[in-house]
Every structure is written in structure tokens, then in C-alpha cells.
Design a protein around this ligand. Structure first.
Ligand SMILES: Nc1ncnc2c1ncn2[C@@H]1O[C@H](COP(=O)(O)OP(=O)(O)OP(=O)(O)O)[C@@H](O)[C@H]1O
Ligand SMILES: [Mg+2]
Length: 647
């Protein structure tokens, strides 16, 4: 599995064209790709020599087409990364009316009566919410979301080695509450707000919904309880879900934007995949596409009272936290760089600055994108008009800061898949050890998960009981009751609500998975037990072998000594035999000299001393012969004794 990699947040700047709503103001202060590609100059209105310079990954001018931005900003690569198991986030940031929704969605918006343009109008008329009209939107104007959805399904279809499951969710953060755009029931508690039309609370089917509760878990960090996450089987289905959610967003008109987002919207594609032949090796990633509401000043938007003003306050507050988070992360990066540069000498490291993610729902939900584990692209949107100098300066400042944030990205493997992979490796290792020891193992360890089920029943009775792995504990956490939201029990941030048949199938699949894990755990434990027993038997055998080797060595030494002694005795015996034979025939005197006329032939009788010459004939020679005969007899006896053990 891939290791973690450090990836900086990429930042692209997009400047929209001048629109009639911008009035007669000039557009001279911004210069794009000024010195070199990616450079932006922003002149101070009063003093054109006081220019701020910024460098970004890409800069897109007013004439940039949607498809061009999509390609050149590297969106296809991010979608491919999500299909490969990496989290990816694209978010559009900028002041109100700067083109964020146009960049992310691209849909044409209409106000009641079909007119487009800033809300001017009659203050006595009830406010009219702008509504997206996807069917009236030309293909080339489609923004990043519909394009990325198609790209993702195409990437999944291309990769035939893996099976993909794609789900989607869509939420809006409105006045610091999170609402499920795919589950209109949660919207019914919106204070004084209707969707896709006039403002005003509504009840559907007598059920009053409420905002989603945000929770924290070790694995998933911040997540939304009861979030509706339906599975989508085609790009068209996903786009339909997106459009249904877009219709539920809170939109309004104000002086700077006729179709102004009053909430931050996060559309997420949850992509999981596994090899076709190994369905438990799951990778799960999220592709999060974010259209933020824009910062705004009441003086310029005219949002000085009522819901519009309250929305404005909430938007600015959460964007303030977002900027604080960006600032804290860049400070942390700078501190780390300083510590690394002076690391050898200093020894003092300042504490990491606090990053205030928890101060807003938006930063909680973007935590993995900012300083987390996601590949992140920030699209900084600018209005070209000179009168937005201050807003543009602020946007460019924070975009430049965000570019210094690094995330730690890695393929997201499902924890259960990781467990299974590790167990498999362990089984293979133990199996190898058993084979190397040449010991037969009693359990039939599974060679594949498909083969593992029968193996469970083959486990010997009395083996160590593995920790229980139940379908419930193997299932993802946070499946909650329906409550009053009207969401089916299976619908949470991980699971789509299923049709009755699907539910049974899902439960059965979960049970199978749990059984597979249990079988693997049992197999590993049994294999460990056999390995431990065989290694202790092996240790005993080794001790016995060492002792046997030592006694063999001492026997060899003894044997060699006896062989040497035997050889020495045989030599001496041969020499004495020859001597005795010669003495009988008078061939030698005691000085070893052969007297003349004596024969060298010996005889058995002579060796036995029979027929020896009488004393007084040649006395010196006779005495020596007798002594030799005695010694010869002794040697024969000794040789007979020695011959036993060495034979
Ligand atoms: N690149 C562009 N080309 C043509 N028109 C654009 C472009 N960008 C934005 N517009 C137009 O500018 C207006 C404002 O854009 P948009 O609604 O996307 O702004 P926004 O940043 O989402 O604002 P808010 O924060 O208020 O939601 C819209 O009428 C939109 O069609
Ligand atoms: Mg918008």
C-alpha cells in the first residue's frame, strides 16, 4: 500500500468577466499572468506603483471557458485520484458575486418571471428566490460538478480490475446549521425559508425535520448523523441527485448578485472499490465539491435587515473561521520550516498553533481538506471591477496563504480490509514457517477467502477461542434510528437507504463479511498455536541433537585413540613375531645381527617355545628369545581385549 505523501494545497485564481451589475467602474487594477505564468499583480487604486504580487498554480482570465478551466486546473487528475482511493476536495472561495457557483455548477439561474439580474426592484414585493434551471443550461456552460461526476463514472468503467460503488450526499450549512439537501424533510425546520421559491416554513407529510447533528469519531473525524447517502449507478443518476439538491438550496437576490448562495454547499461523491476477485480489499475515498457562500458587506449588498442580514452575518462568521484555520495552518507550516532549518542548533520547538476547526460547522466538515489527508484545490474567484479592490486583496491574501498548507495524502483503505490483509500476510508467514520446519499442520489454513468458510468447521475442538467478530461490530459505526427525520434505518453517512430486497442482501453480505473475518481470525490463531507447539518441539529436538553431536565427537576421539593404539600394538606384535621366529631358527642375535648359516623361517612350534635349544648352548640369545615370547603372549592377550571395542 502506498505510503503517505505530502501535498500542498493547489490554488487557481479565476477572474470573471465584467457584468452589467458591476456598473461603470473600471477594471484596471488586476493584472493576470503579469510577470510570468501564475503571477497576479494587484495595484493599489491610489498608488499604482504600490503593487501586491502573488504567485499561484494557475490563473484564469475572464475569457476562460468552463471546459478549459476544468482541464487546466487539473480536475480530471483529482477525480482519477478519488477513484484510486485518495480523498479529494475542490472548493470555490471569494466574495459574493465573484463566480463561485458559476464555476462549480454552471447552471443558469432564473428568478420568478424568468429574468436574470440583480434584485433591484420593489421592496414591497415578497422576496423571490432564484432557482437553477439545468435544462436551460447549455452543455458548454456546465461547471466542475457535472463534469467531475461524468469523469468519475468513466474512470470507474475504465478500471475493469475493480468493482466500484458510488454514493453521493449533498448538504448545505445555513446559519451554522447543516441541512440535508437530498432529504427535504430536514429542511422543514429552516427558519422562515422556503426552497426553490418563496420564503416560508413548510411541513411535508406532517413531519417536521431538523438540521443534521454533527458527530466526531476517531476514524471518520467529523461526520453527520443520519446523512442520506444514496447509491448512484450512473452519472446521470448522480447528476439528477445533484440537481434535486440544488433545487433545495437557499438562494436569494441582493444588489451584487441576483442568484446569491445563502449557504455553503458540499456535494460529496463517496467512492469505494475493491478488486473483482477480492471483494474485501476495500478502498473508500471522498470527492468533495464545495460551493461556498461569498463574503459580503451589508453596505454594498443592501442586506441590512431581516433574513438577508442574518444570513450575511452567519456567512461572514463561518468564513472568518475558515480564514483563521488557513492562517493557523500556514503559521504552523512556517514554524515547522523554521524549526527544521534551525533544528540542529536550537533544540527549542514552539508549540503547534491551535487550529480552530471546531469554531464553525464549515471548518469541521473541511478538516480533512485543510491540513488533513485530502488532495485539495482552492479556486479563488475574483470580480474584476476596481471597486472590489479590498475584497480581491483579501481573497488573494488568503489564497496565497492556503497554498502554503500541506496535507498528508494516502490511499484510504477500509480498516476491515487492512485487518484482513494483515491477517492474510500473517497466515502466509506462519504457513511458510510450518513448511520450513517440515512439520505437518493440523488445521487446513484457507488459501483464499472463498475457501475459508469450510475451514472454520474443520478447526479442532478446544482450540483457542478467537475474539468474537459479529456482524454488528464489523458493520460501520453510526447507524442510528430513524428518529423524526423520515430517513430509512439503513440511511446514514455510509449506507444508502435500501429497498426491502436490497436490505436483506446487504445484511447477508455483511454477515458473509463477518464470517470471513471470523474464519480468518480462527485460522490465524490455530496456525499460531501449531507454530508455537512445533517451535517448542523443534527446540527440544535441537537440544537432543546438540547433545548427540557432542557424545559422537567424544566417541570419535576415543575411537581414534584406540585405532592408534591398535596399530601400534600390531606393529609391535609383527616385529616380535618376526623376532621370535628368527630366534627359533637362530637367524638373529640380540644385537639384531643374523648369524651365518641360520634360516629366517619361523614356525608355530617355535613361537610356542617348543623345541627351544637347551640352556648353555647360546645363553644370551636364548634369554632374549624367551623374554620376547613372553611379551608376545602378553601382547596377544592385550590385542584380543582391545579388538573388542574397536572392531
Ligand atoms: N466566468 C463567468 N462567465 C460569465 N458569467 C459569469 C462568470 N462567473 C460568474 N458569472 C456570472 O456572475 C454572476 C455571479 O456569479 P455567481 O452566482 O457564480 O457568484 P457567487 O460567487 O456564487 O456569488 P455568491 O457568493 O453570492 O453566491 C452570475 O450571474 C453568473 O452567471
Ligand atoms: Mg454562489
Amino acid at each position: 500500500m502506498d505510503a503517505q505523501q505530502q501535498k500542498s494545497i493547489r490554488v487557481a485564481v479565476r477572474v470573471r468577466p465584467i457584468l452589467p451589475a458591476d456598473g461603470a467602474t473600471g477594471a484596471t487594477l488586476l493584472q493576470l499572468d503579469a510577470g510570468r505564468p501564475g503571477e497576479v499583480f494587484l495595484a493599489n487604486g491610489g498608488d499604482k506603483r504600490a503593487v501586491r504580487r502573488y504567485t499561484f498554480d494557475q490563473v484564469f482570465g475572464p475569457d476562460t471557458k468552463q471546459h478549459e478551466l476544468y482541464e487546466r486546473a487539473g480536475v480530471p487528475a483529482m477525480v482519477a485520484a478519488a477513484a484510486a482511493g485518495y480523498h479529494a476536495t475542490i472548493f470555490a472561495y471569494g466574495q459574493t458575486g465573484s463566480g463561485k457557483t458559476f464555476t462549480m455548477e454552471g447552471y443558469r439561474y432564473v428568478t420568478r418571471g424568468g429574468s436574470q439580474g440583480p434584485a433591484g426592484g420593489d421592496a414591497r414585493q415578497p422576496p423571490v428566490a432564484p432557482a437553477a434551471d439545468p435544462s436551460a443550461t447549455p452543455e458548454e456552460q456546465l461547471g466542475i460538478v457535472p463534469r467531475a461526476v461524468r469523469e468519475l463514472f468513466a474512470a470507474a468503467a475504465r478500471d475493469t480490475s475493480r468493482r466500484f460503488t458510488i454514493k453521493c450526499s449533498f448538504v448545505q450549512i445555513y446559519r451554522e446549521q447543516v441541512y440535508d439537501l437530498l432529504n427535504p424533510a430536514t429542511m422543514e425546520a429552516l427558519p422562515g425559508v422556503g426552497r426553490g421559491g418563496a420564503r416560508g416554513a413548510r411541513r411535508v407529510g406532517g413531519v417536521v425535520g431538523g438540521p443534521l447533528r454533527m458527530r466526531w469519531s476517531q476514524q471518520e473525524e467529523f461526520y453527520l448523523e443520519n446523512l442520506f447517502t444514496p447509491e448512484v449507478e450512473s452519472a446521470e443518476e448522480a447528476i439528477q441527485a445533484f440537481q434535486a439538491g440544488v433545487a433545495n438550496k437557499v438562494m436569494a437576490s441582493h444588489r451584487l448578485n441576483a442568484s446569491s448562495s445563502r449557504s455553503h454547499c458540499l456535494f460529496t461523491l463517496h467512492v469505494s472499490s475493491a478488486p473483482a476477485d477480492s471483494p474485501l480489499e476495500l478502498r473508500s475515498a471522498r470527492l468533495t465539491l464545495v460551493d461556498l457562500a461569498g463574503s459580503e458587506r451589508a453596505a454594498t449588498t443592501g442586506a441590512t435587515e431581516g433574513a438577508l442580514r442574518d444570513e450575511s452575518v452567519a456567512i461572514n462568521k463561518s468564513l472568518f473561521t475558515l480564514r483563521q484555520v488557513i492562517a493557523a495552518l500556514t503559521d504552523a507550516a512556517a514554524a515547522a520550516a523554521t524549526a527544521a532549518a534551525g533544528g540542529a542548533g536550537g533544540g527549542f520547538s514552539a508549540p503547534a498553533p491551535h487550529v480552530p476547526y471546531r469554531d464553525s460547522k464549515l471548518t469541521c466538515l473541511l478538516k480533512h481538506s485543510l491540513g488533513g489527508s485530502s488532495l485539495t484545490l482552492m479556486l479563488a474567484c475574483l470580480s474584476p471591477a476596481d471597486r472590489f479592490l479590498e475584497e480581491n486583496a483579501s481573497t488573494l491574501d488568503y489564497a496565497a496563504r492556503a497554498r502554503r498548507i500541506t496535507n498528508q495524502v494516502a490511499v484510504n483503505e477500509d480498516p476491515r480490509s487492512r485487518l484482513i490483509r494483515e491477517l492474510r500476510a500473517e497466515v502466509a508467514f506462519l504457513r511458510q514457517q510450518l513448511e520450513a520446519a517440515g512439520l505437518p499442520h493440523r488445521s487446513q489454513l484457507p488459501t483464499s477467502l472463498a475457501a475459508s468458510a469450510p475451514c472454520a468447521s474443520a478447526l479442532p475442538a478446544g482450540s483457542i477461542t478467537p475474539p468474537a467478530v459479529t456482524p454488528a461490530s464489523a458493520a460501520p459505526p453510526s447507524t442510528k434510528s430513524v428518529g423524526t427525520t423520515g430517513i430509512p434505518a439503513g440511511a446514514n453517512h455510509n449506507d444508502a437507504p435500501a429497498a426491502p430486497g436490497d436490505e436483506d442482501e446487504a445484511a447477508y453480505a455483511n454477515q458473509l463479511r463477518a464470517t470471513d473475518v471470523e474464519v480468518l481470525v480462527r485460522s490465524v490463531i490455530e496456525a499460531s498455536r501449531v507454530a508455537v507447539a512445533s517451535s517448542s518441539a523443534l527446540a527440544g529436538l535441537r537440544g537432543a541433537y546438540t547433545r548427540a553431536c557432542a557424545s559422537l565427537e567424544s566417541l570419535r576421539t576415543e575411537h581414534d585413540a584406540l585405532v592408534a593404539e591398535d596399530t601400534r600394538l600390531r606393529d609391535r606384535l609383527a616385529m616380535l613375531e618376526a623376532l621370535v621366529a628368527d630366534s627359533v631358527t637362530g637367524a638373529y642375535d640380540l644385537r639384531g645381527q643374523r648369524p651365518a648359516g641360520r634360516s629366517s623361517a619361523s614356525s608355530i612350534d617355535a613361537q610356542r617355545g617348543e623345541g627351544l635349544p637347551m640352556a648353555g648352548g647360546e645363553p644370551g640369545w636364548y634369554t632374549a628369545s624367551a623374554a620376547a615370547l613372553i611379551e608376545l603372549e602378553e601382547l596377544r592377550r592385550a590385542a584380543a581385549v582391545q579388538a573388542g571395542p574397536v572392531a
